[in-house]
Design a protein around this ligand. Structure first.
Ligand SMILES: C[S@@+](CC[C@H](N)C(=O)[O-])C[C@H]1O[C@@H](n2cnc3c(N)ncnc32)[C@H](O)[C@@H]1O
Length: 231
């Protein structure tokens, strides 16, 4: 999705995003279990540092804050100021003083700092306009030995299960709400983007594992940056 559209669409969605996540996505997909699994896979130490790319309203923050504790460093980046404002409210209400929120493009990651013990992204990178640059930067801001976890969809249509019947309605809802553009929902384009993206990550990381989820349309990719890049 082009950056101008990201800002317009997600700023508009920011106040209702958590409502839809809780009452539409969670019952359908069980996203909270997948968020927990993604954070667990980072194996963050207490006091560790983590970057959540395209963090949205900060729905991963409760899991991350528990994992790294008050001594840890949490950085969330998103392009939409509206989504970040919601994340800021969440952090303030919970009293997490170790959360820093940065407005910017995932393909650049300017101002996030690092290197991090863990870098993650949930249900976001697939719509980032320059996905190859975003994946390159995600690896670059990891410390050697640090872990990357990406939860995303690489098919816009379910491969199996009852959800296939609901795909046309779901797509209409995603388009009208602005969560996805028509281009983002192009099944072949999305599959090709992630095929190339996963090929890059298999080459840049070690111990790469891919778990399929969401009726065959989603994945969790896990990997570790080598201690030395020429390994
Ligand atoms: C579907 S939401 C997911 C939010 C959050 N990761 C979650 O799991 O709830 C997609 C997010 O990606 C952000 N986004 C899209 N393109 C971006 C880009 N190029 N740079 C930074 N954020 C971007 C949007 O602003 C939005 O917050």
């Amino acid at each position: 999705m082009k950056l101008d559209d990201v800002q317009r669409n997600y700023d508009r969605l920011s106040r209702s995003y958590d409502f839809w996540n809780r009452w539409l996505i969670e019952p359908f997909v069980g996203i909270e279990g997948l968020r927990q699994r993604t954070v667990d896979a980072l194996e963050l130490p207490q006091g560790g540092s983590v970057l959540d790319i395209a963090c949205g309203t900060g729905l991963n923050l409760p899991y991350l804050a528990r994992q790294v504790g008050p001594e840890g460093q949490l950085v969330g980046l998103d392009y939409s100021p509206g989504m970040l404002a919601q994340a800021g409210r969440r952090a303030q209400a919970a009293g997490w003083e170790n959360v820093r929120l940065v407005q910017g493009d995932a393909a650049v990651l300017a101002g996030v700092g690092g290197p991090f013990d863990g870098v993650m992204s949930t249900w976001a990178l697939g719509i980032v306009d320059d996905l190859p640059a975003a994946l390159r930067r995600a690896v670059e801001v990891l410390r050697p030995g640090g872990r990357l976890a990406i939860l995303d969809l690489d098919r816009s249509r379910a491969e199996r299960g009852l959800r296939r019947l609901f795909d046309p309605i779901l797509h209409l809802g995603l388009r009208l709400s602005g969560v996805d553009s028509a281009e983002d929902l192009d099944d072949e384009r999305l599959a090709q983007r992630w095929q190339d993206g996963q090929a890059f990550l298999h080459q840049a990381l070690e111990d790469v594992r891919v778990e399929r989820n969401t009726w065959g349309s989603g994945f969790l990719l896990l990997g570790r940056r080598p201690e030395r890049d020429d390994e």
